[in-house]
Design a protein around this ligand. Structure first.
Ligand SMILES: *Cc1c(COP(=O)(O)O)cnc(C)c1O
Length: 361
């Protein structure tokens, strides 16, 4: 039994150190005589776990005091609805549609008000980020929405859109903590944990205090109110306790590794190995505009679906898991999140070279 190279897009690879620590603490968390899964979310011992997790996240992202950190549930999908329910005062919002998740968020927002699609890259199967320097922002827009890293297509906003003074809302699920971010540029940042931070079941939202409202849209479920969650320090109801505990361990692991600037450098080095190979290979090709490439999700194809299938079959047998592309695009995708060691990417590129040599006449 051993661990294999896991290129899953999510739920995804976690640091081995974190998993081992959690295993050691499984039956008896630090002398409490119980597992973190078994303890009250209102106990003293759990209070320290969630408070430490929040503080470590604040340290990593340098979150200013006028932002609240919320630990929520329901996946990114519940946020697709919670965002408009909480922020659509004028019932108007502008969406930049760069992939499937942004499309879903845009469609969901249309249930609550007028969600304008102000830019899209659908014309070229979402393989690039549109120019967002001068968009037709609606005068009444309550916010401008982006999906910052497009997990399925492998693109990333390397420059934020010009929102012309409107609040920026960003889904960062698949690039959360992969590099430093200037939190002050956003009104709301949120992400599901299962890509780059922890287990599925936790969503983290970082929201500027002035956006918290006592009056979300009528009919908003109480647990979807950011104000209610903020006032209760994410303990209005039972939070995803165990998941938050694992996220907290990942935050400590990131701090030990030198924080987000160090992670960015590591991630750049890692992604470069794969992108450089894709650029020189005669068989494998990257699928997105070079300037918009993601550091986290790297889709690629051979151009021949049969050869793609052969590659996936043989790579899986050789211990490279989950390289199949998303069912909506086909081909391959290597997700190389924070916890994927550089050795995993080196091994993958070696395997790709070998496959190319063996399958070229
Ligand atoms: C995976 C993903 C989602 C969907 O997350 P769920 O937790 O399944 O709701 C949304 N946005 C992005 C960017 C993602 O990567």
């Amino acid at each position: 039994m051993g661990r294999i190279w896991n290129f899953s897009a999510g739920p995804a690879v976690l640091p081995e150190e974190v998993l081992k620590e959690a295993a050691d603490e499984m039956l008896d968390y630090q002398g409490s005589g119980m597992s973190v899964m078994e303890m009250s979310h209102r106990s003293k011992v759990y209070d320290k776990i969630i408070k430490d997790a929040e503080q470590d996240l604040r340290d990593l992202l340098e979150i200013p005091d006028n932002y609240k950190v919320l630990f929520l549930q329901g996946g990114a999908h519940l946020q697709f609805a919670a965002v408009p329910m909480n922020l659509m005062k004028n019932k108007v919002a502008d969406y930049i549609v760069t992939g499937q998740w942004a499309t879903r968020a845009w469609k969901e927002a249309n249930k609550y008000g007028k969600a304008n699609k102000i830019a899209s890259s659908e014309d070229k199967t979402f393989s690039y980020i549109p120019d967002c320097s001068d968009l037709p922002i609606d005068e009444n827009a309550d916010y401008v929405y982006i999906c910052e890293n497009n997990t399925i297509y492998g693109t990333k906003f390397h420059e934020l859109p010009n929102t012309k003074g409107k609040v920026l809302v960003s889904d960062v699920s698949s690039c959360f903590l992969s590099e430093p971010m200037d939190v002050t540029k956003y009104g709301l940042i949120y992400g599901g944990a299962q890509k780059n931070i922890g287990p599925a079941g936790v969503v983290i939202a970082i929201i500027r205090e002035d956006l918290l409202t006592d009056e979300p849209l009528p009919g908003t479920p109480t647990i979807c109110s950011y104000k209610v969650q903020a006032d209760a320090d994410s303990l209005y109801n039972t939070p995803p306790c165990y998941g938050i505990y694992i996220c907290g361990k990942v935050f400590k692991w990131l701090k030990k590794r030198g924080g987000l600037q160090a992670m960015k450098e590591y991630n750049e080095k890692k992604a470069k190995i794969l992108y450089d190979f894709l650029d020189e290979s005669k068989m494998f090709k990257g699928t997105v505009a070079k300037k918009d490439r993601s550091l986290m999700n790297v889709p690629f194809v051979t151009g021949d679906p049969d050869l793609d299938a052969k590659f996936i079959k043989e790579s899986t047998a050789a211990g490279f898991a989950n390289l199949k592309g998303h069912r909506s695009v086909g081909g391959m995708r290597a997700s190389i999140y924070n916890a994927m060691p550089i050795e995993g990417v080196e091994a993958l590129v070696e395997f790709m070279k070998k496959f190319e040599a063996e399958n070229t006449k």
